[in-house]
Design a protein around this ligand. Structure first.
Ligand SMILES: NCc1[nH]cc(CCC(=O)O)c1CC(=O)O
Length: 290
């Protein structure tokens, strides 16, 4: 997935600038650890190794999945481009749709957000924590160990496994993780030449949308392991944002929407987070908040 998405950015860059790019593969802690990401929290397990390579000057820029990027800013790095987002939604992989799974069916996902929201839809299913790359996860369905797994639709498309998708969840059913489906092109802040070159890849509407989504996460002081969903869309005039915090058992939730100017994306997200906290979002996040 990482190679494909980096190649996509490299191709777009070459097409726009005529400059060739050499891909450098970097294995991150998130790729190799067997620990559950929910326990590791928002420590940037997919990000740190790439940032180290930037600091060592071994690479000029890095391509991340935006949703893996911690919301805490590091002044040494600049998000030089956020390309146009791919599908933001979550997908169910397996032979049946969620409504058609038998009671007690085993659904694999390591994400507290997905467990919480799926539990609201189907409290009678068993949610099984899993890890490993997408192919490994889908393999557990093929082998019969699980009845279905939930993965980001964008990632499935990147690895060419769309055909096994039974259902794509609309945001009304399952609100995606902040930044899901978007990529982040990051370089060192002391490279203004590169920042300016990379800016051709930036999609302003995606940038304002994910800025608002990430501001919700930051405002809630929540990490990627918190049961928080957020999705925003910028139509060029108005930014519409919806966010939710769900109790892990799916029985309680604080869900709110707001609209504002795309130029005020960060404020919109922060304000929505403050309203959600006032309505008890903190209490729902419990021990998963950080
Ligand atoms: N946490 C791992 C991760 N980071 C980004 C994606 C998918 C691609 C994306 O959201 O851009 C995934 C896998 C998944 O959630 O299915």
């Amino acid at each position: 997935m990482a190679t494909t998405q980096s190649q996509m950015v490299a191709d777009a860059y070459t097409e726009r600038t005529g400059r060739e790019i050499e891909l450098v593969g970097v294995t991150t802690f998130g790729d190799v650890t067997k620990a559950h990401l929910a326990q590791l929290g928002g420590t940037g397990v997919f990000v740190t190794a790439l940032r180290d390579k930037l600091l060592e000057d071994e690479i000029d820029f890095a391509v991340h999945s935006l949703k893996d990027l911690p919301t805490k800013q590091d002044p040494r790095f600049t998000l030089a481009a956020i390309p146009a987002r791919h599908d933001h939604r979550d997908a169910l992989v397996g032979p049946h749709k969620l409504a058609d799974l038998a009671p007690g069916a085993r659904v694999g996902t390591g994400s507290p957000r997905r467990v919480a929201m799926l539990s609201a839809l189907r409290p009678d299913l068993e949610y099984v924590p899993i890890r490993g790359n997408a192919d490994t996860r889908i393999g557990k369905v093929t082998s019969g160990e699980l009845d279905a797994v939930v993965l980001a639709s964008a990632g499935l498309t990147r690895i060419g496994r769309d055909a096994e998708v039974a259902q794509i969840f609309e945001v009304e059913e399952l609100l995606p993780a902040p930044g899901q489906g978007a990529l982040a092109v990051e370089c060192r802040s002391d490279r203004p030449d590169l920042i300016s070159f990379l800016s051709v890849l930036d999609d302003p509407r995606t940038r304002s949308a994910v800025t608002a989504e990430r501001a919700v996460l930051a405002g809630l002081e929540a990490g990627c392991a918190a049961p928080v969903g957020a999705f925003a869309a910028d139509d060029g005039h108005t930014l519409n944002l919806t966010a939710v915090v769900v109790a892990l058992d799916g029985r309680d939730a604080v869900r709110k929407s707001a609209a504002g100017s795309p130029s005020e994306a960060a404020n919109l997200g922060r304000l929505l987070a403050a309203e959600m906290i006032a309505e008890g979002a903190d209490r729902l996040m419990g021990e998963h908040s950080h």
